[in-house]
Design a protein around this ligand. Structure first.
Ligand code: NAD
Length: 523
């Protein structure tokens, strides 16, 4: 390798193997490498599961196709029901025996800080593992996702010794205290759209609060979180406290129903959330928290400031990650007097985006995760058009040999009967509706099923606040859209968008149960 220059640094895939681009292929592909963050064929994630503090071979090996190039197929371990049981029991025993839940919270915090430092130190490797199997563009995974993981570990590490109990206001003849205790074994189930971030929102607070975790990432995106579990052990998290199993809904369901699981935390679709709630209720009445789908409105009043810039924000709100975002601003609800001009500006801002691989430096719109998902987007657009909606831009798949892309699409004249209004599309499709006055704006903003996020854009601060009060949604952004890297506020939905919160203080406290302790003092 001496004297041979590569256009990008090596990627360390696990502690034992550092992968360089395949030398024999480099010369003829040299030009292409300049436009790539890494050579995808050099990324070979180790297949497996992580149980009891070590990598374990899955009962089966299945292939995961890279969404950016279906010809790249990666082996992933698949857990049997027995291995789900093994992971839960390993978590149970570690939780009982390792002292993780009973150690001084400051010691736990220090371990999580070390974990965060290791994540930062391995950011290039983790981002590549994320980009190879998901729709996350490498540069975004580096600049945002990996940093959110380490930031979330530090944020919740700080809570470990700062959430106190309470002495209640009893009569002088008794003393009553409320103390907090971890649940024990937390089952965490995550989706594919932001695999790292959404897993960290769960395991970081659950670990900080003193629980053991069995994480099941999406079967479509199993690799990056597996690597995190190894780093946890390297940082000092006791073996068995953080386990990762891979598999589909059957593995998820076995995990939820396991009698040794004490709490279930889930992010995914509303349909799966309902099943999980039913399963948790029927298998020991476990508490659940559910982060589910969204159908976020962008409410634009005629006096909204700087509408050129706002059009860019609205466009980004539906094209970011190709619209595969739970808090996508997927509905534009715009005041009729400015609708024509504003919709034109948004449509302009949505054109010219470059579809491409997650490892390409030129990509601004990543692939749709799989055929099932793009077929769903396509069918919702087709049904909405046959029910009267008009396509202003886009409306169909982009021809491509090795990946699936959908054109950024604007549908005007969407009615409350159209599927584009009623259903979460999870693609770059903006459904436009128009209003005459404030009450109509609020009526349209309030979706019958979903209430995850909403945005209101107006120069009138009183109107903005009144709208925020009346919109039925867990988050309302005023003159803004999108989650910041700030972790302080809780995130979670109303209606079928969820139960409970991730992040913020609420996202920590949910992993603790409270106990009242009474001491009778006498007169
Ligand atoms: P999904 O519901 O299909 O799957 C999510 C996870 O649940 C996967 O790991 C899957 O294997 C597992 N699963 C499937 N069936 C199960 C069962 N019966 N029991 C236990 N686990 C089961 O969702 P998805 O397609 O991976 O993700 C997209 C969805 O996630 C969208 O609806 C999106 O809005 C939602 N989401 C919500 C948030 C939020 O914070 N509210 C964030 C991101 C994504």
């Amino acid at each position: 390798m001496a004297g041979w220059r590569t256009p990008f640094p090596p990627i360390t895939i696990n502690s034992k193997a550092t992968c360089w681009p395949t030398p024999s292929r480099l010369p003829e592909r040299h030009e292409r490498f300049h436009s790539m963050f890494f050579d995808p064929r050099s990324v070979r994630p180790s297949p497996g599961l992580f149980i009891g503090g070590r990598r374990v071979v899955g009962a089966e090996t299945r292939q995961v196709a890279s969404p950016s190039d279906f010809s790249i197929r990666l082996d992933a371990g698949w857990a049997s029901q027995g291995q789900v049981d093994e992971a839960v029991m390993s978590a149970r025993h570690a939780w009982k025996d390792s002292g993780w839940g009973t150690m001084a919270p400051r010691d736990r915090a220090n371990i999580l800080y070390r974990f965060a430092d290791l994540v930062d130190a391995h950011s290039a490797e983790i981002a590549a593992l994320e980009a190879i199997a998901s729709a996350r563009i490498y540069s975004e995974a580096m600049a945002r996702d990996v940093k959110v993981v380490s930031g979330t570990l530090r944020f919740f590490g700080e809570y470990a010794d700062k959430v106190e109990g309470q002495v209640t206001a009893t009569s002088r003849s008794s003393l009553s205290m409320v103390v907090h205790e971890p649940y024990g074994v937390v089952a965490a189930i995550a989706p594919w759209n932001f695999p790292l971030i959404l897993a960290a929102w769960k395991f970081a607070p659950a670990l900080a609060a003193g629980n053991a975790v069995v994480l099941k990432p999406s079967e479509l995106t199993p690799f990056a979180t597996l690597r995190l579990a190894e780093l946890a052990v390297e940082a000092g998290v006791p073996q068995g406290i953080f386990n990762v199993i891979n598999g589909d809904g059957n593995a998820g369901s076995a995990l939820v129903k396991h009698s040794e699981v004490d709490y279930v935390t889930f992010t995914g679709s509303s349909a799966t959330g309902s099943r999980i709630m039913a399963d948790a209720a029927m298998s020991g009445l476990k508490p659940v928290s559910l982060e589910l789908g969204g159908k976020g409105p962008q409410v634009v009043f005629a006096d909204a400031p700087d509408i050129e810039r706002l059009a860019q924000t609205v466009a980004r709100g539906i094209t970011y990650n190709s619209g595969q975002v739970c808090f996508a601003g997927s509905r534009l609800v715009v005041e009729r007097s400015v609708a024509d001009r504003f919709i034109d500006l948004v449509a302009d801002a949505m054109t010219g985006l470059k579809p491409g691989e997650t490892w390409s430096k030129e990509t601004s719109i990543p692939p749709i995760i799989n055929e099932k998902q793009i077929e769903r987007i396509d069918s919702i657009v087709r049904d909405s058009v046959s029910d009267g909606a008009e396509i202003l831009i886009g409306g169909s798949r982009i021809d491509h040999d090795t990946a699936l892309f959908f054109q950024p699409t604007v549908l005007r004249g969407v009615t409350t009967e159209n599927r584009a209004y009623r259903e979460e599309i999870f693609g770059p499709v903006l459904a436009v509706q128009e209003f005459e006055d404030f009450d109509e704006a609020i009526a349209l903003a309030n979706h019958p099923d979903y209430g995850l996020t909403a945005s209101v854009h107006t120069a009138d601060i009183t109107r903005a606040f009144k709208a925020a009060q009346r919109i039925e949604s867990g988050t309302v952004w005023l003159n803004d859209w999108g989650r910041r890297t700030d972790l302080t506020a809780p995130f979670g939905g109303y209606k079928k968008s969820g139960i409970g919160k991730d992040m913020g203080r609420a996202g920590y406290e949910k992993y603790l149960k409270s106990k009242a302790i009474w001491l009778e003092l006498g007169e």
